[in-house]
Design a protein around this ligand. Structure first.
Ligand code: BYC
Ligand code: FE
Ligand code: FE
Length: 470
């Protein structure tokens, strides 16, 4: 295992100390990062002790340390998974070649773009979530929010390391830009759509971490297959942290549903808003929004970018190396949905061009597992949540702007627009109700009334532990 240097300003296992120029460049970026964190990271609690996990190594047994830390003093480090000896490129035109330790000149622009897009999402999510600390339903949840935030910021560090180390002056400029674009900024927005949306309440946060962080899982898993070994190793380690983010979303929504079911049974009605709960119809509309916005993150159904990335070995498929095919896909076909007049149909296209769609399909299958678990709780009251049709509310690809209903029918546009507002996406009254429930609870023994308590605490601590010293 590469040894971890924890004594320097920037903890790392990439032997930063041996490259003084790089170390100095990153040390010059660090104060800009801290300024960004203080200005656009969590709006409050920056001077409070938070019980956080910090990555300290990449070993299988215990890669993280748990303890109280003030967020601006968090040890954001650079950690690459251990190298695989003699790793070979596993797909595309360079299959069988040794994995690259440097960036080939011909792929420099494409690799930089992939790293920049990935890097842009990480601080974007921190910006989107910055006000949520004012309304946390419990100290346990407040701590999980901060955990997600500091780790997304570490993912930013992961990409900034690659930019500084492998992309010269352009890379350093891009690293600065990552702190200058801002979520929702009219003049200088984040790159991808979902990262310019608001996360105004905790229901949105839980759906975001369930659906949008899961895009992160699938994109990182594809980049982990990259022929460019430092990118592959970085993404592999990021995936460990990512698992917790999706847990926060999946368990958060489970707990909301649990509470909803309790209130429905106690009051013998679906209309539990007056009792301080969130109705299933509202949950469905929030789900529709976050799911459809996240589907856009996979790009268009057919994409020459995606085909080129794959052929070049820059970005593979989910679990590429474990698949039993030729890993070239030159003769293969893949079925993609399309809009044919007012019918949703499908067509066979060259598999190489359909890699965005293939990844989206893998993502959809993963999303539906959690929905099935939620539905087991809802079965008690005879209700269900469903994932809307892939064409619903899309802004990217074949369905962009098309009047497709959640059950996949193409309808009259005026009717569609009305239903979108009134039935399918969170309504003004949904939003107002959810916001009205968002009062902070900072007493470790209490929890807000719209969500059930978690089953267990963090790192073997009790649920009532003081995860944040407020
Ligand atoms: N919004 O050829 P296409 C995470 C653009 S999340 C705006 O299909 P491509 C995280 C596209 O740029 C993971 N624009 O695109 C989660 C292209 O523009 P150009 C993030 C979009 O390149 C939670 C044009 O439309 N990582 O980590 O095949 C919290 C044509 O599209 C969007 C990555 O995304 C959009 N949604 O695919 C924290 C991995 N979609 O070039 C963190 C790296 C497409 O014609 N990124 N466009 O001007 C990629 O692999 C690809 O860039 C994409 C797009 C899959 C995103
Ligand atoms: Fe991330
Ligand atoms: Fe994440």
């Amino acid at each position: 295992m590469t040894s971890v240097d924890y004594d320097t300003l920037i903890p790392n296992n990439v032997d930063l100390a041996s490259d003084r120029r790089l170390q100095r460049a990153l040390e010059a970026w660090q104060p800009k990062f801290i300024r960004w964190w203080k200005a656009l990271g969590p709006q409050a609690f920056q001077d409070r002790e938070v019980y956080l996990r910090t990555a300290v190594s990449v070993s299988q047994e215990g890669w993280a340390n748990f303890g109280y830390v003030k967020m601006p003093e968090y040890r954001w480090g650079i950690f690459l998974a251990d190298p695989v000896p003699d790793r070979k490129v596993s797909f595309g035109d360079h299959a069988g070649d040794p994995a690259w330790q440097e960036v080939p000149g011909e792929y420099r622009a494409d690799l930089r773009r992939l790293v920049v897009v990935q890097g842009d999402t990480e601080p974007a999510s921190v910006e989107q979530q910055r006000a949520l600390c004012m309304t946390a339903p419990s100290l346990y949840d407040l701590r999980n929010l901060f955990q997600v935030n500091v780790e997304e910021a570490r993912h930013l560090w992961a990409m900034v390391y690659l930019l500084h180390r492998y992309f010269g002056r352009d890379g350093r400029d891009e690293a600065d830009e990552l702190l200058l674009r801002h979520s929702g900024d009219e003049d200088n927005p984040r790159i991808l759509g979902a990262f310019n949306e608001e996360t105004p309440d905790w229901l949105s946060f839980f759906f975001f971490t369930y659906f949008t962080d899961r895009d992160g899982k699938f994109q990182l898993a594809s980049l982990k297959e990259s022929a460019f070994d430092p990118l592959a190793r970085t993404c592999e380690f990021m995936l460990k942290e990512e698992a917790h983010h999706m847990f926060v979303g999946a368990s958060g929504i489970s707990r909301v549903i649990q509470r909803t079911v309790e209130l429905m049974k106690a009051h013998d009605t679906e209309e539990i808003a007056p009792y301080g709960g969130i109705e299933v119809a509202t949950l469905q509309r929030y789900l529709n929004f976050h799911y459809s916005v996240s589907l856009d993150l996979f790009g268009a159904e057919t994409s020459t970018n995606a085909a080129n990335y794959f052929a070049a070995g820059l970005k593979g498929r989910f679990h590429e190396a474990e698949r039993n095919d030729d890993h070239h896909l030159k003769e293969d076909l893949y079925e993609v949905p399309q809009l044919d007049g007012d019918q949703v149909t499908s067509q066979q296209v060259p598999a190489l061009s359909a890699l965005n769609e293939a990844l989206r399909d893998d993502y959809i299958a993963d999303c539906s597992k959690g929905v099935e678990r939620w539905n087991r709780i809802l079965a008690e009251v005879g209700l269900q949540l469903v994932l809307p049709h892939v064409g619903f509310n899309r802004k990217v690809g074949a369905f962009a702007g098309q009047p497709v209903t959640p059950d996949g029918r193409v309808v009259d546009r005026a009717e569609w627009e009305r239903s979108l507002r009134e039935s399918w996406l969170p309504t003004d009254s949904d939003k107002a109700h959810v916001l009205s429930l968002m009062s902070p609870i900072y007493d470790p023994r209490r929890i807000a009334g719209w969500i059930a308590p978690p089953a267990t605490g963090i790192h073997a601590k009790p649920v009532e532990y003081e995860y944040v010293l407020v």
